[in-house]
Design a protein around this ligand. Structure first.
Ligand SMILES: [Zn+2]
Length: 253
């Protein structure tokens, strides 16, 4: 079935990846209505409640709801790899909003080796490359680094937030051979950690910790979507997502 699903992406997609509408004209596998919906979304600062210790500022494009949710699932688990371009562009636009023209270093949260095999490639690495291309085309100096490795682990989807936090602690390591080049690439850049969905925040917290251990300070975690666990800062503080200059305040490296 997996192989068939991967092959399906080689054919012209027959239904919209966001709303499953068939017989409509598709752009990158997505219908005009869904393109309009996701491009109208505005990045906002978001935070799970409770937030795990060490969680950086998190910025998401939208809620984990359709059509964005379906686009992510179709891309990630149903082999529609061509969605990397539209989704990567959206992710890049979120980074651009926070970076406001400053040079950036993008670091994707990696798949475990098993997940990357099942998905015919690391799904966040592919998205991050597409995000970097979008940023460069828009004039932002963007580099991508892959300093992290994900340890094989059981699926965490069924775990409680507390159990996820414990599992996540041992889930990622920094590749020793990449530390020096990572530090060099990080110099003078805002560092963004990229993932698809923010749930409990434990992954972004742990990965940020691993990076801090080698003196690389994450400016913000950026995701396409955030689940209902989080509270939007903007909900309680009006347009609280942005700082005094209309910028989302992030730490400089
Ligand atoms: Zn659609």
């Amino acid at each position: 079935m997996r192989a068939y699903e991967a092959l399906a992406d080689l054919l012209l997609p027959t239904s919209c990846a966001g709303c499953d509408a068939a017989g409509v004209s598709l752009r990158g596998g997505v219908c005009g209505d869904c393109v309009a919906t996701v491009t109208a979304m505005r990045p906002h600062e978001t935070r799970p409640t409770p937030a795990p210790p060490g969680l950086p500022v998190c910025v998401s494009l939208g809620q984990y709801a359709d059509p964005l949710r379906s686009m992510i699932v179709n891309y990630k688990d149903r082999g529609r790899h061509r969605l990397a371009k539209p989704l990567g562009t959206l992710l890049g636009a979120v980074v651009a909003e926070v970076a406001a023209g400053r040079p950036v270093l993008l670091i994707p949260v990696p798949d475990t080796p098993g997940a990357a095999r099942e998905r015919h490639g690391d799904h966040m690495a592919r998205l991050t490359r597409a995000a970097a291309r979008h940023l460069r085309a828009a004039g932002t100096a963007a580099l991508v680094a892959y300093p992290l490795a994900a340890m094989p682990r059981a699926d965490s989807a069924h775990l409680s937030a507390a159990d996820r936090a414990v599992t996540a602690q041992s889930a990622f390591v920094i590749r020793d051979t990449r530390v020096n080049s990572l530090r060099a690439a990080a110099r003078g850049r805002l560092i963004f950690l990229l993932d698809d969905v923010l749930t409990t925040g434990s992954t972004l917290a742990v990965v940020s910790e691993r990076l801090a251990e080698v003196d690389v300070e994450v400016a913000a975690g950026v995701t396409l979507a955030a689940t209902e666990l989080r509270r939007d800062r903007a909900d309680s503080r009006g347009m609280g997502a942005a700082g005094p200059n209309g910028r989302i305040p992030v730490k400089r490296s």
